[in-house]
Design a protein around this ligand. Sequence first.
Ligand code: XMP
Length: 509
Amino acid sequence: MQEKIIILDFGSQTTQLIGRRIRELGIYSEIIPYNKYPFGQEKEQGIIGAILSGSPLSVYDEKAYKVDISAIANAVPVLGICYGAQLMAMSGGGRVEPAPSREYGRARLSFVDEACPLFDGIAPGSQVWMSHGDTITELPDGFRCVASTPEVRYAAFEASPTMWGVQFHPEVYHSECGMRLLENFAVGVCGASCSWSAASFIESTVADLKEKLGDDRVILGLSGGVDSSVAAVLLNKAIGRNLTCIFVDHGMLRKNEFSEVLRDYEVLGLNVIGVDASEKFFADLAGVTDPEKKRKIIGADFIEVFDAEASKITDARWLAQGTIYPDCIESLSITGTVIKSHHNVGGLPERMNLKLCEPLRLLFKDEVRAVGRALGMPEHLISRHPFPGPGLAVRILGDVTREKVSILQEADHIFIKGLRDSGLYNQVWQAGVILLPVQSVGVMGDERTYERAVALRAVTSTDAMTADWAHLPYEFLAKVSNEIINKVRGVNRVCYDISSKPPATIEWE
Ligand code: XMP
């Protein structure tokens, strides 16, 4: 049984981060909604500890999310963070009140009880990160204060031999002692063995897949992206030729991408069918300018083409997808209802009457990459930038034609190759070129030109939710601009997009 730490999500923005930090310690963690704790099944499920997250709510709100903390602490050690700590204090009979002013940002520990196992090796003076509107003003009987800051008297407490609370956020990078504190809890208190790694994940997942899938046939849609590629290689290891991969070319991939990636897949030993369906996509997109309409047409065409190909495998029982953890963590709205539930290829499993297999659904992106490396996949497949499903269609403002796609492919190729050659590729999250619906005057040789403009887009990000424009060196931008104008017929002007997200988005459509 895989040992794990459970993180109970009360809706905080940093819940995912707690999960990540525990995984960084080499310990498997799972995030579940606060009201889904499997009481009484700790041994069966390998649960060795629980962490209660923060929340946008106040513990004294009528609608506050509650859980029976004592019942959990009777079975495994519990650490409450922010709201989680306040909930512990309040349930024990203490007092939580609005802070005189919202405490947000850095603070330094002024007092630390170093004999407390949670603070082993953490000295006064260490910086912690606060973000709370409420504060604990009175600890219940039997609770003991184990850390303070100048502003927050009860920055941490010990409630019983198996219960602790911290008002600050150890999961946040700015809490200098945060990792140490989480390690003290997970390893020192819960006794985690830190054996979670890419290799151990592969071993246990391959064994699980073998057992679950038996001799069943499985179909998987490859996109060329990291997630579907790693899922395919993992499944191939488990069930070999019983996996059939389908890679659809809608005609709006990058230059040579379809043939190159198809070759990569074949070298990896995958049983892959490449389908060139570009005629259909271009025909259905003709004259369409509205971005959402373009997306809808591409989505519907994709399902049709994929379905037609997949139905040739008449005995298929499963549809596999490269869904990853951030796609499926249920984030809670204030009312407690699930507001995000995501599937890569919406509607496909239902339509095809297949069971769903998602072997990466519990991994974060960097873990997917680590698994890919441990599976021996080539680095250029693993470290690829994200690329939108509708491809270059959403990077051509206005209607999409073969001619425009081919101009954009050339410009994009120069930009991306330039980033790779200059060692800048891995410093940006995502990059590409946008073909603008604008023509402008230029001069080439002695001739006046009236040609298209393109915009270069490169961003830094950690999750695509927010992004900053990448501060690429001027010399590099000059070189790329020069090469595009000289080599790509039909383009005489290059701009660089310096907008961050928000308020802009990464793509232009
Ligand atoms: P935005 O433009 O919303 O993009 O800042 C955020 C991330 O999502 C990608 N993206 C898409 N991916 N289908 C996809 O599979 C789409 O329609 C789509 N639109 C945007 C975008 O490339 C970026 O990584």
